[in-house]
Design a protein. Structure first.
Length: 273
């Protein structure tokens, strides 16, 4: 366990007191590597306290009176802190990504997504102690999968999706290969530790780079091998945001090139790549 001095210092910004207290409580409960040093109720107050306290991370609401969270960031052109937007509105996702936010969490914030965000921030912070504006992911990185009597070394880029069945998970790989291991999906997520993998359903973990199309009427995703996987209704907005982020990464001149999935806006049928 880190000492208090080693914890990442956090400022929370939200004009609504219940929401402000909720995210502060969640950080204190689920993010042991972080410490909330201030909770601001307006952009003006946040601007003053961020300059005074020099936090490592700012959890920021977008819609606020007088000045939005997006406008607040414009007052820090050379910021050296991580930004995590926490908002009820998914329509600001593209603009948030353009502002080089580290993450974008929808209210009410899911505890597992918050913990995953905090873990990624800690990984970035403690590798060189500089703010990174995009996830560190390498499709050529290999993981080891063990079955009864066999060991497989699989590249992340080969994985299309992982399907859970109780305490077992089946890796669906390019070329139609399958490997079943005795790990539940939560342990698989920890093993992969890569932000391009997203849990789109209780039983499905998908590498978003391999999504070709989405159908928001049938709540399914089509992967590049032609297979379809279910998408939970409550995950639809988050899936949309993650896919939009991949598209911004492709368009940005300083971002790494990645494959771009097509998205079908409701109620149109899914687009073909």
């Amino acid at each position: 366990m880190k000492s208090v001095d080693e914890l990442l210092r956090v400022v929370v910004v939200d004009d609504e007191k219940p929401a402000r207290l909720a995210i502060q409580h969640q950080i204190e409960r689920h993010c042991p590597g972080m410490r909330v040093v201030y909770a601001a109720s307006s952009a003006a107050e946040a601007h003053r306290e961020i300059k005074r306290l020099a936090p490592d991370v700012v959890f920021l609401d977008i819609r606020m009176p007088d000045e939005t969270g997006l406008e607040l960031l414009d007052r820090f052109p050379d910021r050296d802190f991580y930004v995590v937007f926490c908002t009820t509105y998914h329509e600001y996702a593209v603009e948030a990504i353009r502002k080089q936010a580290f993450d974008y969490l929808l209210k009410p914030v899911d505890a597992e997504e918050l913990k995953a965000c905090a873990r990624r921030i800690a990984n970035h912070f403690h590798v060189g102690n500089v703010v990174a504006t995009e996830p560190q992911n390498d499709p050529n990185r290999k993981i080891e999968l063990q079955t009864s009597g066999h060991r497989y070394f699989v590249k992340l880029g080969e994985i299309l999706n992982v399907e859970a069945s109780g305490s077992y998970s089946t890796f669906h790989l390019e070329g139609g290969r399958r490997i079943t291991v005795s790990k539940n999906l939560k342990r698989v997520e920890e093993l992969l530790d890569d932000p391009t993998f997203f849990r789109v359903h209780n039983s499905q973990l998908v590498r978003l780079n391999n999504v070709l199309s989405c159908n928001y009427r049938s709540n399914t995703l089509t992967l590049k091998d032609g297979s379809e996987v279910p998408m939970a209704v409550r995950k639809r907005d988050e899936v949309r945001l993650r896919l939009e982020q991949l598209m911004i990464d492709v368009e940005g001149p300083k971002r790494r090139r990645r494959s771009t999935p097509s998205m079908a806006a409701e109620p149109r049928p899914p687009l073909k790549p």
